[in-house]
Design a binder for this molecule. Structure first.
Ligand code: GLA
Length: 390
């Protein structure tokens, strides 16, 4: 009975929460919004969200957030009800944290967080949320000027030594900025390098690689290990991880210092999946990566309907298939974590609603465009009877 009551309250809260955020043309009315009674607030405090379900397995439930999401009085309550970890969706990426004016003035890379990052950090602190840092060294969303002499894209690339020195400044500057602003303690993990490998087992060719050489990832971890506090786990993060598992396993063994100590703590599994992806192959990839003995975190989970380039319509059947897939995937991960065959302390979703997802055309998230929970949500919280099974 309690369980049914909980589910009802959950829907009611979500309906209330999304009332005035409903997109134009939505049938959701704002008739339910208004001041909550204390009793309602107490009831809501008892509602089990993803964070409560995952906590039973020692795992944080995370979501990426933008400045828009945390300032929306419709989205914020859902975030706070469901998640206890956040990742800045864009505002802590290299193009958002590097100041060109200050870099020119100092002659090396200078990190200065912008107002969106600062408001996300302040919001996370105020609400007792933990944070995953994302991301320092990447080929994408990284300004071109950082690779050129005098930070001038008309001039040639700098040499290896100068680029290593700039990399060191970026990484050192990032952790100094966090410290200066008073947010270091929020972070339990940081993506030091994002997407450095290809599915064919070769390294991705990018400016970092071209200028520094194939040891650029080693140096990124060397500097991160030097400047990040011990309390922050250092991650290599990538997509299509099930197909990259063999080469990543070999590669992480090279990320050690002269005493053989790992410079890396964990591997981030982006998990940008599709319902057409074979779940057994995915979980085999996870098992393979676990053989490194490193921690694993799911860092950007979303599950599109169909396959890459071929989105399927969110029909009732497809939404049920998605619900079952989410159930089996999360169940597979929680079982492995419980059995100790993987060391996983976070599962982070790349958004929460099909309205704001970067892959909206694939309807990949747990909540629909009017912020109602889908079969996918019930699959993720392991309520199998509501997850799309007949
Ligand atoms: C990658 C990145 C994320 C994000 C997504 C697309 O997975 O790691 O930061 O940019 O692409 O939104």
């Amino acid at each position: 009975m309690k369980r049914m009551m909980t589910a009802f309250l959950c829907s009611a809260l979500l309906l209330t929460a999304c009332a005035d955020a409903a997109p134009a043309g939505s049938s959701v009315s704002d008739g339910q919004s208004g001041t909550q009674s204390e009793e309602q607030a107490e009831d809501q405090a008892e509602i089990k969200g993803l964070k409560d379900v995952f906590a039973e397995h020692g795992i944080k439930a995370g979501c990426c957030v933008s400045g828009f999401a945390i300032n929306s009085r419709n989205i914020e309550p859902i975030l706070l009800q469901q998640f206890n970890s956040v990742t800045a969706e864009n505002s802590m990426k290299p193009d958002a944290i590097l100041s060109k004016a200050d870099s020119l003035a100092e002659g090396t890379l200078v990190v200065k967080y912008g107002s969106e990052a600062q408001s996300i950090l302040a919001w996370a602190k105020e609400n007792g949320l933990s944070m995953r840092g994302h991301t320092l060294i990447w080929y994408n969303q990284t300004p071109d000027w950082i690779f050129h002499e005098d930070f001038d894209t008309q001039k040639p690339f700098v040499g290896r030594d100068e680029m290593l020195s700039r990399m060191e400044s970026l990484i050192k500057g990032n952790f100094e900025e966090l410290d200066a602003l008073g947010y270091t303690d929020l972070f339990y993990a940081y993506d030091v390098v994002n997407e450095g490998w290809m599915e064919d087992g070769t390294m991705r060719k990018n400016n970092w690689y071209d200028i520094i050489g194939e040891d650029y990832i080693w140096y990124a971890f060397y500097y991160a290990d030097k400047y990040a506090p011990e309390s922050i786990d250092l991650y290599y993060n990538d997509y299509n991880e099930q197909y990259k598992a063999d080469s990543l396993c070999r590669f992480v063994n090279t990320l050690v210092d002269e005493d053989g100590r790992y410079l890396i703590d964990g591997i981030g599994l982006q998990a940008h999946l599709f319902t057409d992806d074979d779940l057994n192959i995915y979980l085999k990839g996870v098992d393979k990566l676990a053989t490194t003995g490193l921690k694993l975190q799911v860092t950007e989970l979303d599950l599109g309907l169909g396959s890459y380039g071929s989105p399927k319509e969110p029909s009732e059947d497809m939404l049920k298939e998605q619900g079952r897939y989410y159930y089996e995937l999360i169940n597979g991960l929680l079982e492995r974590a419980d059995a100790g065959t993987i060391n996983m302390d976070a599962i982070v979703f790349w958004g929460f609603s099909d309205l704001t997802s970067w892959r909206a055309e694939y309807s990949p998230m747990l909540f629909d465009k009017t912020f109602q929970p889908k079969y996918a949500y019930y699959g993720a919280v392991q309520e199998k009877d509501k997850a799309g099974y007949e």
